[in-house]
Design a protein around this ligand. Structure first.
Ligand SMILES: NC(=O)c1ccc[n+]([C@@H]2O[C@H](COP(=O)([O-])OP(=O)(O)OC[C@H]3O[C@@H](n4cnc5c(N)ncnc54)[C@H](O)[C@@H]3O)[C@@H](O)[C@H]2O)c1
Length: 365
């Protein structure tokens, strides 16, 4: 690998994720980041402090799309520009690593999927649970027969993270913005299509969108699931904590995972063995994603383990469906805007909380 010249790349959207991509690409010998685009001059000022001095910093995306030397773009702006960026990437023959979702709404995502299908460019989506070591270990354990037949997939992700109105306004309610990852990984475990579902949500702090949602249902192959997701987990507690797990139940054994965002612990209880594995959590796993994508470009074939556009579109579509189902049921409100203001103040000004976005001068709503 190291004998191959660095792949010339660019990043569009230099917020929290864009910065993570840059750090990872600077650590690797596979990439040369030639240009970074962001419409916010403050974001470009941050980039200037991190990127090598000869990196092009621009507010104009076409400086990147029109540069024939750039063969790959990272799309890490928000969902409202994703379709335009993906269409331009196809038209200008750039390979793409893109953030989710792939458009502002599901119709745009289907248009993107069709556009990409008609071309032979390589596109992968950052669905970091699919590149996480712990989910791969658990799925291998399931495949080995140790838990019997997979029957129940239980997933929970609750943190004192992104609060309503802090950012990501283009990505939809939280269960779409963040929840789609858990929809995706449930689908990945079951290896079957969603069949039935029933969702319950709550509008915390009287915000107009739900910020916690629980859904349970069935897959076509008879596996059942429940997903609980919310960034409503004690934002004003003296000491912050979270609750994240997968609990995989078979007809004979179980496999489960918990993490503290530093270390992930996998516990395997199979019919012939019991095993506990503790390893670094890996967070967004951009090292794995970018390494596999660089190898894919060099070899001319998308690595089959990389997340596909279709995976992201299905996850997005069902996250929307589960939100729609929750909206058909009673959706109570608890708490008030005063508490939400306290949460925003603590997160944005005191910088206390999980998943903090770069400090904003004003809230978006
Ligand atoms: N895969 C994951 O686990 C994961 C995690 C967090 C965020 N995300 C996704 O990543 C994307 C970015 O999230 P973030 O947390 O970095 O948000 P952010 O708000 O920190 O950054 C977004 C950046 O994009 C810039 N931008 C907006 N429109 C632009 C345009 N048209 N051209 C160029 N730049 C533009 C903004 O100025 C900002 O700097 C979102 O779509 C989000 O859904 C994915």
């Amino acid at each position: 690998m190291s004998s191959h010249p660095r792949i010339k790349a660019a990043i569009i959207g230099f917020g929290r994720m864009g910065e993570m991509y840059l750090h990872q690409m600077l650590r690797s010998t596979q990439w040369e980041v030639r240009a970074i685009c962001d419409t916010d001059p403050d974001a470009l000022a941050v980039a200037a402090n991190i990127a090598p001095s000869d990196t092009v910093l621009t507010a104009h995306e076409d400086d990147i799309f029109n540069d024939p030397q750039i063969c790959m773009v990272v799309l890490s702006a928000l969902a409202d520009s994703r379709k335009r960026h993906l269409f331009k990437a196809v038209e200008h023959h750039k390979h793409v690593v893109t953030e989710k979702p792939l458009g502002s709404n599901i119709e745009e995502e289907y248009e993107v999927m069709e556009k990409i299908r008609q071309n032979n460019l390589m596109v992968t989506v950052n669905l970091p649970l699919r590149t996480a070591w712990y989910h791969k270990v658990i799925r291998e354990f399931i495949s080995s027969g140790e838990i019997g037949d997979l029957a129940i997939v239980r997933i929970c992700h609750m943190t004192p993270g992104l609060a309503p109105g802090e950012g990501h306004w283009a990505e939809g309610p939280l269960f779409h913005d963040c929840g789609l990852h858990y929809v995706d990984i449930a689908h990945w475990y079951a290896q079957s299509d969603f069949k039935t579902w029933n969702a319950q949500a709550i509008r915390m702090w009287n915000y107009h969108e739900p910020w916690w949602l629980q859904v349970h249902g069935t897959f076509e192959n008879g596996i059942v699931f429940d997903i609980t997701q919310g960034h409503v987990y004690g934002q004003l507690a003296k000491d912050l904590t979270h609750n994240g797990y997968v609990d995989i139940i078979g007809t004979k054994g179980i496999a489960r995972m918990t993490h503290d965002f530093v270390t992930a612990t996998v516990e395997l209880h199979g019919i012939t063995k019991t095993q506990v594995i503790r390893k670094p959590f890996g967070d967004k796993n951009l090292d794995v994603l970018l390494d596999l994508f660089a190898r894919s470009i060099i070899q001319g074939n998308l690595d089959p383990s990389l997340p596909k556009v279709k995976d992201a579109v299905i996850a997005s579509e069902y996250a929307w469906k589960f939100l729609e189902d929750a909206a058909r049921h009673d959706m109570p409100a608890r708490g008030d805007n005063k508490t939400l203001e306290e949460i925003r103040e603590r997160r944005n000004n005191k910088r206390i909380g999980y998943g903090l976005l770069r400090k904003k001068k004003k809230y978006n709503d």
